[in-house]
Design a protein around this ligand. Structure first.
Ligand SMILES: C[S@@+](CC[C@H](N)C(=O)[O-])C[C@H]1O[C@@H](n2cnc3c(N)ncnc32)[C@H](O)[C@@H]1O
Length: 282
């Protein structure tokens, strides 16, 4: 396991993933009933943007850095507010020094009855994560293979909530593992919401995963893409996408407001685009 999210924290992929995560949780908050979030590939929880790792790549400067430096029009600002609020709270001096990972983003939007289950396999990252949430009775961090988490923890006793799946894509079979784990998880809990993040590098694997979801009988599947364009001939990752299973009915319209703006602000070169598609109907 060589991947460390510290090198990528706050990048264009995190912006899409964490904005979507906050929109999903904002919807769950509309009802009093408790929800649970399972974050299968949790990372360390938060990231020091002054660290050697983050300074080495500076990826956040092309992601969250650009968003914070922009004038955000009111309809977009309203939808970004839950994400921006947690970023601001982590940086009380105003200068961006720390970026919240998905566990801190999720935790910031939980009420007293809501729960968060985190799995992380990297020993050092798990240690950092478990220390961050030590003593927090609403959060459970577990040193476990995230691909086993859906088999072990679904359905949650709250019967309401979300599974975030955000692997490192180090291994060549990561899409296959994700497809199998999601189909297995969905068979155990077809009423849950699932949010899957992926880099837009391997269109064939993404198409194959979507075909497998159709074949397995999944319903109500939405896809989102944010492609920032090609900054140079060697650029590989154009952007990222998410597949949402059972998303809130509000999400597609919200993303049709947010994604064009993000695309404009984050674009790096020709070919930048965004997309919202209902892949499988309800
Ligand atoms: C993209 S990062 C997660 C970032 C985090 N979700 C966020 O948004 O802040 C992927 C994480 O998965 C971890 N990881 C890799 N393989 C794993 C596995 N099989 N099970 C659980 N975690 C794994 C890596 O150590 C890394 O911390």
């Amino acid at each position: 396991m060589n991947y460390r999210h510290a090198y990528h924290a706050g990048n264009i992929g995190d912006v899409l993933k964490h904005v979507v995560l906050t929109r999903l949780i904002a919807y769950f908050q509309r009802k009093d009933k408790a929800f649970r979030i399972l974050d299968t590939h949790a990372g360390t929880g938060r990231y020091d943007l002054t660290s050697e790792e983050t300074r080495k790549t500076g990826e956040w400067q092309l992601g969250v850095g650009k968003v914070l430096a922009s004038d955000i029009p009111p309809p977009v600002a309203e939808l970004l507010e839950p994400w921006l609020a947690v970023v601001r709270r982590m940086n009380p001096g105003g200068e961006l020094k720390c970026y919240p990972g998905s566990p801190c983003v999720a935790r910031s939007l939980m009420r007293k009855s809501d729960r968060l289950t985190l799995t992380e396999l990297h020993p050092a990252d798990f240690k950092t994560l478990s220390e961050l949430f030590a003593g927090d009775h609403q959060v459970k961090a577990i040193h476990l293979d995230g691909w086993l988490a859906m088999g072990s923890f679904l359905p949650p006793k709250e019967k309401r909530g979300l599974v975030l799946i955000d692997p490192a894509y180090e291994a060549t079979d990561e899409f296959e593992k994700m497809t199998n784990a999601v189909v297995k998880g969905w068979k155990k809990w077809s009423g849950g919401s699932y949010a899957l993040w992926y880099p837009m590098k391997d269109a064939w694997s993404i198409r194959r995963m979507h075909a497998a979801f159709k074949e397995a009988g999944l319903r109500d599947v939405l896809t989102l893409e944010l492609n920032v364009g090609r900054s140079g001939p060697d650029t590989r990752m154009l952007g990222s996408g998410m597949t949402l299973i059972n998303p809130p009915f509000t999400l597609a319209d919200e993303m049709r407001v947010v994604l064009p703006w993000l695309c404009n602000v984050l674009h790096q070169g020709p070919g930048a685009s965004w997309d919202v598609q209902q892949l499988i109907g309800e």
